[in-house]
Design a protein around this ligand. Sequence first.
Ligand code: FCB
Length: 454
Amino acid sequence: MSAHSPFPADFLWGVATSAYQIEGSPLADGAGPSIWHEFAHTPGRVHHNETGDVACDHYHRYRDDVALMRELGLNAYRFSVSWSRALPEGRGPINRRGLDFYERLVDALLKQGIQPMLTLYHWDLPAALDRLGGWLNPDSANWFADYAQILFLALDDRVKLWITLNEPWVVVNGGYLHGALAPGQRNPYAAPIAAHNLLRAHAAAVQAYRAEGQHQIGLVVNLEPKYPATETVEDLNATIRADADFNRHYLDPVFLGSYPPELAEIFGATWPTFPDSDLDFIHQPLDFLGINYYSRQVVRHDPNVWPLAAAKVRQDRQTHTGLDWEVYPQGLTDILEWVASRYGSLPLYITENGAAFYDPPQADGEMNDPLRRRYLHDHLRAALAAQQNGVNLHGYFAWSLLDNFEWAHGYSQRFGLIHVDYATQQRTFKASARFYAEVIRSHGATLFAGNAGK
Ligand code: FCB
């Protein structure tokens, strides 16, 4: 550890993953199917009809993967629990063997001095609950709180950082509004209701945690600063709408107790009236907020884009990742500072940040991924800039430990610091992994060493 490091001594250096994306064996040991299992097995939904049936086989190789984390020098690891492993039907009888997997994983992490950060919901709703309406059913908040409570009772003695939901915006936008993600609905009436029930579910789990838990609980949102393409009133208003939809839809109710007024304008007749008592319930103090940051958006008015009437203007001169996301580190500084100024100084974590790039195979077995390494370097510097401007930042989790199942893109997009050969399950450190290990070893000092990240 360097004496010159600008990072706080207790800073968490982590990586993040999620259950369906890495585990494989989704039905093993009595687990029930999730909506992602069913979606991936529906022809035409995922690139090349790929599924999470095997993925990184982490369900069997978790000990080796924890050893890789140890080699990276991580002191934290963010993962998610598959609800339908713990409760095959989503509610009702507990599947002990499913829970046991996470107990073994947590114990393996702790043995290596790696602090677990556990996400309760990273998109894989039990299929049995989807048949009851999923997040459209008002009972979903209670289903979720009951499931959360089972996990609290099983693991709160060992897990100190809990997350209710991962990225409710994506759950709603992909799952209920545009249909590109499970459960694949495309319904403007459904979207605001699903969003509201997710917020109620989050609050119900927080409430259950206050009764059962001894440590900390928070929410993870994906944020993307929106910048107007021009200074015209149309573009400025489109930018405000995009910001309301993406960045404030979930945070305003949680931290301020109200929805952004622009949502009623965006959703028009499909925007319901929600009871004040629900908003009071949703507005509960959190111990921390997790922010997933990948890119920004430059926005212009476009009446043909439903329902936002706002479109992204591609920044052709900038570097873009495999998913065509612009690389824009300054956006991370901006969004962290925006959160701190709008919602107050609660502890923040960057719970995901990373990039998909094509990693050319190297003849000598070295995997050189200069763009990802550069991405990591520049975003860590951007995070630090915010922290030095007073943002209460406690940790950084790179997405992702391993190449994995990137939802509707299947295995076509590689986000890993560690390469996975899916034919053999062999793991190989990329140069970005070695760079991150060096950042951690030097507690960030390496970020200031001359040509780092080049
Ligand atoms: C985030 C998801 C994560 C992964 C990254 C690339 O939106 O939380 O599972 O797919 O994007």
